[in-house]
Design a protein around this ligand. Sequence first.
Ligand SMILES: Cc1cc2nc3c(=O)[nH]c(=O)nc-3n(C[C@H](O)[C@H](O)[C@H](O)COP(=O)(O)OP(=O)(O)OC[C@H]3O[C@@H](n4cnc5c(N)ncnc54)[C@H](O)[C@@H]3O)c2cc1C
Length: 266
Amino acid sequence: MHEVKYIRPKSLADAVQIYRTTPGCRPLAGGTDLMVMLHARTLRPEPRAVLDLWSLAELKGVLRAGDILEIGAAESYTRIIASRDVQRHLPALAAASRTIGAAQIQNRGTLGGNLANASPAGDTLPVLLAYDAVVVTDRRSIPIDKFFTGYRRTALQSHELITAVRFPLGRRVAFRKVGTRAAQAISKIVMAVSRNPARIAIGSVAEVPLRARRAEVALERNDADGAITAVAEDIRPIDDVRSTAAYRRAVTQNVLRELLDAFARS
Ligand SMILES: Cc1cc2nc3c(=O)[nH]c(=O)nc-3n(C[C@H](O)[C@H](O)[C@H](O)COP(=O)(O)OP(=O)(O)OC[C@H]3O[C@@H](n4cnc5c(N)ncnc54)[C@H](O)[C@@H]3O)c2cc1C
């Protein structure tokens, strides 16, 4: 690995200032994506410095404010899973966090990192879409359905830091991930569904984590069969090392049926 300067800011204000003024600087949260990319030298341009956000108190914590739950961008999955507020109000986020990697990755991986990395297979991302979460940065709030702009591309501007994610409370969301194994598996498909309002959000079936808009329209009309037919039109799966497009299409429809049946039974 080439030499990369390590910078540890004292506060969020300090981090914002350093990020804006240090050429070739890259934020580092848990490092579970970034360290892999640094070692593989796949980042272009190659970072000359990393800005360690991990210990910033302003980016930690799960805070309840009225009918909003706010989770710090650098809060780890382990702490998200352990949060009583998350268990009670956002069980689908706890469920998604439990499927990420294994314990070591959950101890270090963060929501902010999953968002900024913007993998179409990021497991929390459909959950955020189904909750209509809002991404808070050092300068603005971005509705999650405006956040993913292309393959691994986001609405973040240059030198913009994610500080938190806000979730509205009072919504029931169901989550399901299909991978090769129960742990340490990248999803073949990953889905989060809300019945009211109708939200069907799916990962690993297109270049971005997407909302299945045609299927949502059918679900809004209480037409579950129509939603299951329509979802095949909403997705754009490909063949890759983890799965085939045909498998993903079939499993997307099966998982949607399973989640809608579970809503109907409860
Ligand atoms: C073995 C292994 C298994 C994994 N399994 C899964 C899995 O099952 N599901 C899954 O979704 N992911 C998985 N991952 C990927 C990774 O763990 C997650 O994407 C994690 O959420 C990344 O968070 P992080 O804090 O480690 O990010 P980092 O690696 O620190 O950063 C990732 C990217 O986000 C940027 N960034 C980080 N924080 C901020 C911020 N606050 N503002 C702006 N930019 C920021 C960084 O510059 C970098 O580009 C796995 C990774 C490994 C190595």
